[in-house]
Design a protein around this ligand. Structure first.
Ligand code: ZN
Length: 656
């Protein structure tokens, strides 16, 4: 790997770090207290847990819901276990035990486990990899099992997982049947299982799935053209004019030959994460370089300013360069999560701050918008603009493009994904190797790491994301020489930093790195400003033309109708005026708002009732509009909303 010490950074262990942060802790508590219970109730009501009870022969019944519903149970279980690993909760533990017992009971003698196939098409297992998600569900089981062992110290679920992984390993691979998952996930899960068990076959199988995807004689392609040979139905959208188009599931070319992010955005980011995981274990620098190239394409041409990805409602997917519509921004919450995972891996591999910056942008904006402040309402799609009458496509599919978060979805991937990420947030804050401690995020927290033959306590106190003051205090068990690295986000200005009182270099967009002998109580004090930034979009992006977006620190802002004196289509922001920045502890659980100078039409010009008049005879008057963080929109009832707002001039950069 490309690092000074020749090894990738390791993330801090789940139980070796805790979050204590004014911004994140309340959200994590909401997930623990509300979201987990709420989701569990929906899993019971919707028959998702009952499917395991039926498959285990504990009751009579039929399979309920969609063929991928097992994955929601596994993801809830993983989230619950991640919380249990860091805090006892008897009631939660009881529900975890019950679900684990049902899962173990449902597993077949040869290790197979998938309630849809067991109850609906038992003779057609493994015949439709491209649609029916068996390997995807298996991956989520593996992840839940690793978390369960971590939380309980018990091997019950881990044994279920390894029995199933062995089953998959016997079936697929160079010496077995050809195949790759139609929805990636098992790749990263197999690496996780390998790390938990030291069983190299799991790493090899993950590598096989990564390398086999996009082969000329693709198994997924065969299935798409042979409906009689498979369970269920084939996808017709991967066949275009009789030609196979595998881009939807990144099966159009071997990953190492891919240069653009393509297809279903959740599938894509899970693949890139799994591939990075394989590369981190095998030291495959070529693969990391391929992934960095894909990251460049995504961040320069196919990503929203919030970090949201997958711009198309059709296929929940990446499309063309610069195709980033605001009203129909799909930007699935799960895709934001996938991007956050992928960026964590790239940071570990390369130690480049840009991956931490994007992870931070994505977490604060694209991901957090998916969960209501109350913890029991969810966005699946995350539009970046909402009209006064809601969204026209809402009637087509009420789960999409709503102006209110929904309580549940038939496809419930997003509500079950957010808890597991927030429960493991601490593992994204710190990373280390023998000679370095990395503080990747300004999030209040504590960690204990083994570095330079010492046990090093690290404590982060911070005013992020509203203000830019952070103190990192280290407490090695004995004085020890190592590098301490703190990410300086690219949105900082006026940066200054000291170590034990002495100034050190700090550059936005890079890691501040200090190598010295550290003694207990030594601290890095970091201070910067968060200027309000008016951003313009690339000229090729239609939806941002003539508009600006506003960012301060990692937070991307939006306007909601209720905070504006006029409907939002009348508002033109002035990017050269003074902005009043105010922290409002009572608003939206505490946010910093921006009062932005704006122009709106002078109404008196239109009092004669004319519908049209010469443009030269219209006039504007000055006002201010209040911007709130994008993640906080739609928490005060349905409203219109804009991330990109018309600008007074052509946007920033026009000469005055
Ligand atoms: Zn989702």
């Amino acid at each position: 790997m490309k690092s000074q010490s020749g090894q990738p950074l390791e993330p801090v262990g789940l139980t070796d770090a805790t979050i204590d942060d004014e911004f994140w802790s309340p959200r994590i508590e909401t997930v623990r207290e509300t979201t987990l219970d709420f989701v569990h109730e929906r899993l019971v009501e919707s028959g998702r847990i009952e499917n395991f009870r039926v498959a285990a022969g504990r009751t009579e019944g039929e399979f309920q819901g969609r063929f991928y519903n097992d994955s929601d149970v596994y993801k809830w279980l993983e989230g619950a276990c991640l919380f249990l690993a860091t805090g006892a909760d008897d009631d939660l533990r009881e529900r975890v035990d019950e679900v684990v017992d049902l899962i173990a009971g449902a597993q077949e003698a040869d290790g197979y486990l998938n309630t849809y196939f067991q109850l609906v098409e038992p003779e057609k297992k493994w015949t439709n990899l491209h649609v029916l998600h068996e390997l995807y569900c298996a991956g989520h089981l593996f992840e839940a099992a690793v978390a369960h062992r971590e939380a309980t110290g018990e091997a019950t679920l881990l044994e279920v997982a390894t029995d199933f992984a062995d089953h998959v390993d016997r079936r697929f691979g160079p010496d077995g049947e050809d195949g790759v998952p139609g929805h990636e996930e098992i790749e990263l899960a197999l690496v996780k299982l390998y790390r938990a068990t030291d069983e190299e076959r799991y790493l090899d199988l993950a590598q096989y799935f990564v390398d086999r995807r996009g082969a000329e004689d693709s198994r997924l392609k065969y299935e798409a053209f042979n409906p009689d040979a498979i369970a269920g139905e084939p996808y017709d959208h991967v066949v275009d004019d009789g030609e196979y188009d595998g881009r939807y599931f990144q099966d159009h070319a071997p990953l190492r030959e891919q240069e653009t992010v393509e297809g279903h955005a959740v599938r894509a980011t899970y693949l890139y994460t799994g591939a990075a995981d394989v590369a981190l274990e095998t030291g495959d620098e070529e693969l990391i370089e391929v992934l960095e190239g894909l990251w460049e394409n995504m961040t320069r041409k196919r990503m929203y300013v919030t970090g949201g990805i997958g711009s198309s409602y059709e296929g929940e997917r990446f499309t063309e360069d610069y195709d980033l519509p605001n009203e129909t921004a799909y930007a699935e919450t799960c895709a934001a999560l996938g991007s956050a995972l992928w960026n964590q891996r790239l940071l570990r591999a390369t130690r480049a701050a840009r991956y931490g910056d994007l992870q931070s942008r994505t977490l604060h904006n694209a991901l957090l918008a998916g969960l209501s402040l109350s913890g029991d309402r969810f966005f699946y799609a995350n539009p970046h603009e909402m009209g006064r009458d809601g969204h026209p496509l809402h009637d087509v599919d009420p789960n999409r493009f709503a102006n209110e978060r929904q309580g549940w979805f038939r496809t419930a991937c997003c509500p079950t994904n957010v808890p597991r990420l927030l429960a493991s947030l601490a593992t994204h804050v710190y990373a280390s190797d023998d000679a370095s401690v990395y503080v990747n995020h300004h999030i209040g927290s504590e960690a204990t790491l083994e570095v330079a033959d010492a046990t090093v306590g690290v404590d982060v106190e911070t005013s992020f994301p509203w203000d830019a003051e952070t103190t990192v205090t280290v407490t090695p068990s004995e004085p020890a020489t190592f590098e301490l690295a703190l990410r300086v986000p690219e949105w900082c200005a006026d940066v200054s930093a000291t170590v034990a009182g002495e100034p050190v270099d700090a550059t936005p967009g890079e890691f501040l790195r200090v190598e010295r002998e550290w003694a207990a109580g030594d601290a890095v004090r970091f201070e910067a400003s968060f200027p309000v930034r008016f951003l313009g979009g690339h000229p090729n992006v239609e939806s941002t033309a003539g508009s600006v977006a506003v960012q301060r620190g990692p937070i991307v802002y939006c306007l909601e109708g209720r905070d504006s004196p006029r409907p939002l289509h009348q508002v033109r922001l002035r990017s050269n005026g003074d902005v009043a920045v105010e922290h409002e502890p009572e608003l939206l659980d505490g946010v910093t708002t921006l009062d932005l100078p704006a122009l709106v039409p002078d109404q008196s010009r239109w009092e004669d009732g004319a519908l049209y008049r010469p443009a030269a005879e219209t006039d504007a008057e000055e006002t201010t509009v209040r911007a709130i963080p994008y993640y906080g929109w739609a928490n005060r009832g349905p409203d219109e909303m804009r991330v990109w707002v018309d600008a007074e001039s052509e946007g920033p950069g026009r000469a005055e």
